[in-house]
Unconditional design. Structure first.
Ligand SMILES: NC(=O)CC[C@H](N)C(=O)O
Length: 367
């Protein structure tokens, strides 16, 4: 078994055992607290460019299956775990995590103290990291210096969005889905409700989107800083009020920015499958799946036509908004719930209802 190191820009070094691809890699190191769902995590395009640490100690025990991918190819830069289960056991198992990461060229490290790493990230905030090539000695000082100077690419949405529009047909409401790095779960939920979905690239113009005559527009999740996608912000500005809109995660942040709100980077993000969110209108709390490093600044909503509908109970940040005049609502968390929990799944039904209640005449008035 070959060794490899995880090195942080702050100078901490974690030595462990290499698995997955033997290559070296670098990216922002983040942690997620989900106890299951490593396959969904690895393949969630919102993690594009990041080295992902699982805080749950035993990973790989149910293998990799055919059905649970959130994108065709994973976009993570590395995978950090405490202990790799080498003999998976599950009726859906089709192969091991190690084989999968090897096939996809993603380096993994196991046998490190993920608790210590997580506490460091919580204390110091988001940090850049480097995973060394399996079995290779490195010059630590050189790597730390390089990490402190390097600027990672900011075009992650362009890396993971579809380049060409394509349909995912149904006989119900026509939804144009703007793909900022869509999790397949969103498409599954819309298709389950018989929506006639047209998936378009992140830089499709408002005019082209409206030419599909949609009943509604879906703004998806996606990687990176929402400020790095100015063209999408401009497009959303034009689309607001034309047809009902539903935004998830990056889609929520872009809608906020398009409406005049501001965003900021959280110290260490919300990533996991047990984040409590309170719906301020009903007083109900739901457990949600989350994966975000940025958030909308609630104070900046004062000068907009938006209102906060949901807040995070862990730190009080904004988790949902709606437009006061137009049929648009967005959430910072993941109602498509892959891997779960499914508490907020009803939001997709609310989107369908919003499209049902918004008549064609009304839409044409705004068009
Ligand atoms: N899952 C997402 O869409 C994440 C949104 C954004 N990239 C963030 O980190 O905040």
């Amino acid at each position: 078994m070959l060794k490899r190191k995880l090195i942080l820009e702050s100078g901490e070094v974690f030595e462990g055992i290499a698995f997955g691809s033997e290559t070296e890699s670098a990216g922002e190191v983040v942690f997620t607290t989900g106890m299951t769902g490593y396959q969904e995590t690895i393949s969630d395009p919102s993690f594009c460019g990041q080295i992902v640490t699982m805080t749950y100690p035993l990973i790989g025990n149910y293998g990799i299956n055919r059905d649970d991918f959130e994108a065709i190819s994973p976009a993570i830069k590395g995978f950090v775990i405490h202990e790799l289960a080498t003999v998976p056991s599950n009726f859906r198992n089709e192969g091991t995590l190690d084989e999968y990461l090897k096939m996809k060229g993603i380096p993994g490290i196991q046998g490190i103290d993920t608790r210590k790493l997580t506490r460091l990230i919580r204390k110091e905030g988001a940090v850049k990291g480097y995973l060394s090539k399996a079995g290779e000695e490195i010059n630590l000082e050189e790597i730390i210096e390089w990490l402190n100077a390097v600027k990672f690419p900011t075009n992650q949405v362009a890396q993971v969005s579809t380049q060409k529009a394509y349909p995912s047909p149904g006989r119900g409401k026509r939804v144009v889905l703007i793909d900022f790095g869509m999790k397949h779960g969103i498409l599954r939920e819309l298709n389950k409700r018989d929506c006639d979905v047209i998936v378009v690239s992140y830089n499709t113009s408002a005019e082209e989107i409206m030419a599909y005559q949609p009943d509604g527009i879906m703004l998806t999740n996606g990687p990176g800083d929402p400020m790095d996608v100015p063209e999408a912000i401009e497009t959303i500005k034009v689309l607001i009020g034309k047809v009902p809109m539903f935004g998830i995660c990056l889609g929520h942040q872009l809608f906020g920015l398009a409406s005049g709100a501001k965003s900021f980077k959280l110290k260490f993000g919300h990533r996991g499958a047990n984040h409590p969110v309170k719906d301020l209108r009903t007083g109900r709390t739901e457990l949600t799946s989350q994966n975000h490093g940025f958030a909308i600044d609630m104070e900046s909503l004062q000068d907009t036509d938006l209102e906060v509908t949901h807040i995070a109970l862990n730190d009080g940040t904004c988790e949902g908004m709606r437009h006061k005049k137009y049929p648009v609502f967005t959430v910072q968390y993941h109602p498509e719930a892959s891997p779960g929990p499914e508490d907020p799944n009803h939001l997709f039904d609310e989107f369908i209802e919003l499209m049902n209640n918004s008549t064609r005449e009304e839409q044409l008035q705004h068009a």
